[in-house]
Design a protein around this ligand. Structure first.
Ligand SMILES: [Mg+2]
Length: 211
């Protein structure tokens, strides 16, 4: 993945979050405080602004810019998780404009590990980790496949949507939604939807690169 694609990925994610902000707010209204869409939309809008204002020298610098921006603008648990995760992600990326697919997966691994440490959520807790953890397993299995393998990321985006949809049947065990206990059943976790949209953005970006 090169810097152009990396920025495209975040621009696309910003678009998808913007298009879905009301859906995300409504999902959060059911089991949280109704601001997940607005928070993510504000933060990603700032990421796009930061990209427009900065021609960063490397992937590392770009990822750090994303992390710092999300940390300071998204707010709440999501801001801390996405922000600190992306800062961790940036430490694994090289001070270069291009990274091999395996290096990109290593960085994402560091991102997910940072999320696990901070949020302490596992699969089944009805959080963004219900998407990120199985996605990491699937990506690690693809590590030997050449970059630009559209099939892998398109399939992954579809699976991510499925994992997110499946949080509907779970009892929330983390965050504000956990206070609802059994009453959280029947509602999809908004954080998992954002995570699935990130994989959609990745698929769209790789598809654009290939075509
Ligand atoms: Mg909220």
């Amino acid at each position: 993945m090169d810097q152009v694609a990396f920025r495209q990925l975040w621009r696309r994610f910003a678009e998808l979050i913007h298009e879905n902000r009301e859906v995300l707010n409504d999902l959060d209204a059911a089991i949280g405080d109704a601001d997940h869409g607005s928070n993510m939309d504000r933060g990603l809008g700032k990421v796009v602004e930061a990209f427009n204002a900065n021609s960063e020298a490397s992937l590392h610098a770009d990822a750090k810019l994303v992390g710092m921006t999300l940390m300071s603008t998204v707010g709440g648990a999501s801001g801390a998780l996405w922000g600190s995760g992306m800062l961790k992600f940036s430490t694994v990326l090289p001070d270069a404009a291009v990274v091999e697919w395996s290096g990109f997966i290593d960085a994402l691994d560091a991102f997910v590990e940072a999320l696990s440490k901070r949020g302490q959520a596992v699969v089944g807790d009805k959080t963004m980790m219900d998407v990120f953890l199985p996605a990491m397993t699937e990506l690690r299995d693809s590590v030997d496949v050449q970059e630009g393998s559209e099939e892998i990321v398109v399939a992954l985006a579809e699976h991510a949507k499925g994992w997110s949809d499946a949080t509907r049947d779970l009892v929330a065990r983390r965050g504000r939604a956990a206070y609802l206990g059994e009453r959280s059943i029947g509602h999809i976790d908004p954080g998992s939807v954002s995570a699935a949209l990130w994989f959609q953005a990745l698929a769209d970006t790789v598809r654009d690169q290939v075509s």
